[in-house]
Ligand binder design. Sequence first.
Ligand code: PEP
Length: 259
Amino acid sequence: MPEAAPRRPLVVGNWKMHMTVAEARSYIAELGPLLPGHEAVEVGICPPFTALAACVEELRDSEIAVYAQTMHEGESGGHTGEISAPMLTELGVDGVVLGHSERRRDNAETDRALSEKLPAALEAKLRPILCVGETEAERDDGDTERRLRHQVQEALESVADESLPDVVIAYEPIWAIGSGRSATAEQVQEAIGFIRALVGDRSAPAAERVRVLYGGSVKGENAAELLAGPDVDGALVGGASLEAPELAAIVAAAARISA
Ligand code: PEP
């Protein structure tokens, strides 16, 4: 049997509603020199919409990818304030975060809408990062797997089996986001192994190839432990990614694990 292709680790910094264009440019100038020697790890940043074009321009000759933080499922239309996949592709953006829990909370983003956003992103050649994760109450009630199953199955419903490996999934327990209280390494591996098995219910080869990240209070100091599980393919990083040296430290930890 041929050996399964290794999954390249991915570390993505989600800046959320931070960084002006000027701040984004100086962040990129700082991050670049901190990263050489980490080719084993794919790196991305998610600036706010207003800084996307500047980041694409600054990173034109770099391996660092640029992701948007959300998009609408339609191509165009009467959706004031929204941005479509073709608009992002035109800017030179590489991917898009979909279903972040803050979008689900603040903008009522639903699994149903996500089931349309994922194919729209793939169609436009954007790499989607689908965020899923349970609330603290759901974990306490033993409902984590039920929640993850529903989110993963519904969001991926309209993605063809052969396109599943083009999707990145981020397991982000809501209680660990921005709280300074990360999940334990065991909880991370267990949930991510479960998510991989859910993809396996659709396609075993896709489950081998799909990358599943952890997100929730990852920092330079805890990354090595949190990302060590065999099913964990990297991190989606919020707060800590606002400091270039912290993001670089997480990339370095991911590189050491994959070496
Ligand atoms: C996030 O917003 O995706 C995230 C993981 O945030 P933080 O790292 O700040 O917990």
